[in-house]
Design a protein around this ligand. Sequence first.
Ligand code: BES
Ligand code: ZN
Ligand code: ZN
Length: 479
Amino acid sequence: MKRVQLTTANPGQSQHSYLVILAEKDGLDRLNDILLPSETSFLRQGIEREVSHFFFPRAEGCVFVRILKNDTDAAAAAEIARLAGNEFLRDLRQYKLESVAVRNLCKQNRSLAFAEGLALGSYQFLKYFTQPEKKEKILREIVVEDAPEQDIAELNALLKAVFLARDMVNEPQSHFDAVQLAAAVVAAGSEYGFEVEVLEKEKIESLKMGGILAVNKASSAPPRFCILEWKPDSPKNEKPVVLVGKGVVYDTGGLSLKPTDGMDYMKCDMAGAATVVGTLAAAAINRLPVHIIGLIPATDNQIGERAMAPGDVIRMYSGASVEVLNTDAEGRLILADALHYAKKYKPDLVLDLATLTGAAVRALGTQAICYMGTAPEQTKRALEKSGWNTYERLVELPLWKEFGDELKSNIADLKNIGSGNAGMITAGKFLEHFATEYPWLHLDIAGPAYLRTANGYRTKEGTGVGVRLLYDFLKKQYV
Ligand code: BES
Ligand code: ZN
Ligand code: ZN
């Protein structure tokens, strides 16, 4: 697949035939040098009627003018520009344009955010069509005038990373089992420059990672445990940040089988893993001076005669015993082993990302990530701030001790489900049991990770949520 590239040109200098100009209502005079007097008066009349898109044909191409609403809040203003960028795709497609230049006439420079929304919205996953070229709506290049080369390179890297995460989520399990997922992680590592080690089933067995092995019991494909590392020459952090991603390549629910309606998109259950891979890719391409480890436990959750059964007791990697009362609560079992493994790095912070509960989807829908954890307040506020910056917003939920009481088992150290209420919190309490010895945050991305229909520049199916968020957070928190 050919994917869009951002480039830059001198301020006001691009000789591009197709130009989109970003302007605000209270700065229209700036358009006088570009538009003819008759065009300016047409534009002013339109603006009075709340029109925000204009199109002026030229002999050699055309000029689009987009009037952007402003906002005193910088994050909100950036999101307005991203959404406008995405909407502009319609114009580009109507005129079958493959390349366009963006010129900023707003008070603040909003062209990068506009280009970001335009590029993110242009993503397509066409791999499995017999004639993909017939479906392809190509946007090859966005020339962002007057943008620092470094910002353009950074944004290109982020786009690559988000598209990589989306591609991984969009792969169906028929073509992407745990072994194929691990191979894709190795390939991404060699392409973008981070290290990857893959633990195979024998190693996982010898380590006694009982959570991963139990979930994998009915699978025809063996499990994998991927260890990713981006270690720059002089990292700003002494102790690494560890990112853990749920890598359930397909979740049938196991013997606690899901109903048809809930199963049809369970290829998305490795979205946490995809976010971890995307974030390491973005960090490595941009040579972010932060030492990051990624951990991905990967398997599918299948039914079959060898499957783990409700009522089984399993022994986790940490040594704890767990009574499995619902085999559909499998994500926490594989994450628990990875969270225990994370201790060996003596990390500065551990963040896990997982499509963990339907409860998170019911509570917050697709707009927010529901998160919780033991990290300090400052870390939580910084993450929330990055949530606003990237518009991958987060809502914190409490980990009060009383929620943990629901996990008491009659025959083992804990059981894997609570009472049914506040399911995203009891899932968090289960993970907290294993996430000891370091500050930790758990991000339940079940809502925003996968969309049945597009929402703005978040294209349908895998969204790659978390990549832009974590990159922004790691950069602001550590660099
Ligand atoms: N993978 C699902 C959660 C999920 C739901 C992801 C919707 C994406 C969209 C997870 O493994 C699961 O099935 N959780 C159960 C837990 C329950 C049995 C305690 C759930 O939320 O129903
Ligand atoms: Zn499940
Ligand atoms: Zn699951």
